[in-house]
Write a protein that binds this ligand. Structure first.
Ligand SMILES: Cc1cc2nc3c(=O)[nH]c(=O)nc-3n(C[C@H](O)[C@H](O)[C@H](O)COP(=O)(O)O)c2cc1C
Length: 199
């Protein structure tokens, strides 16, 4: 009886024989930093030949079954990820559990070295505790502080939090805390996830 082939054996190969992965990066964000992180990961993966789609998580047309690996990225706003992210994961749990999948979170709290891992970031811990989903890959990235984009209430609320947490309070400044080396390393792990090298 012929041996059943696993999902990764069935994937197409590039002309030079390297398997091409189809990867979905679905994001939830407000001011564009989570999308920017996805696009950086996309750039790294496409340069090695993979096919990567970056789409807003709310896109009703997403067909998860088309992908070899799925990574969801979401930012924090007022202490939590958008509830739509939880809804999306719950609605697609069986596909997310059947395929290699990952998650990353973007927040300002993650600028603190003591809160920038899945184990130490309070938002990621709280989020994961609400879900049966166990993604193989979880990342935590610091986001951007861009007072110039916020409305009056958000600007003052965030400035107050920055004062309490010893962050930048000059509202004329934009500070990007995202560590792009960490994003680069994460992109490598997404590649491993998609090729089945990450168990
Ligand atoms: C209105 C607002 C509320 C925020 N609340 C939090 C928060 O509670 N905790 C935190 O760590 N970061 C918070 N942030 C920071 C964002 O997570 C950070 O700016 C991130 O880069 C946003 O990514 P996005 O542009 O993809 O939404 C907040 C930002 C805004 C604009």
């Amino acid at each position: 009886m012929p041996r059943r082939r696993s999902w990764c054996e069935l994937r197409v190969s590039s002309p030079v024989g390297i398997p091409v992965s189809k990867i979905l990066l679905a994001y939830s964000g407000v001011y564009g930093q989570t999308r920017k992180i996805c696009e950086r990961i996309q750039g790294e993966l496409t340069s090695r030949g993979d096919q990567v789609d970056v789409v807003p998580l709310v896109d009703p047309g997403i067909d998860l079954s088309r992908y070899d690996a799925i990574v969801i990225g979401a930012s924090i706003r007022h202490g939590k990820h958008n509830p739509a992210v939880l809804d999306f994961i719950r609605a697609n749990l069986s596909v997310l559990e059947a395929k290699p999948s990952g998650f990353f979170s973007v927040s300002l709290v993650a600028r603190k070295p003591a809160k920038n891992t899945p184990e130490t970031n309070p938002y990621v811990r709280a989020f994961m505790a609400k879900l049966p989903w166990k993604p193989r890959l979880v990342g935590v990235f610091a986001g951007i502080l861009d007072y110039t984009k916020y409305g009056f209430i958000d600007r003052n609320a965030i400035r107050f939090i920055m004062r309490l947490t010893k962050g930048p309070t000059d509202v004329s400044k934009t500070v990007e805390f995202t560590n792009w080396d960490d994003v680069h390393a994460f992109a490598g792990k997404v590649a491993d996830l998609a090729t089945g090298r990450m168990s």
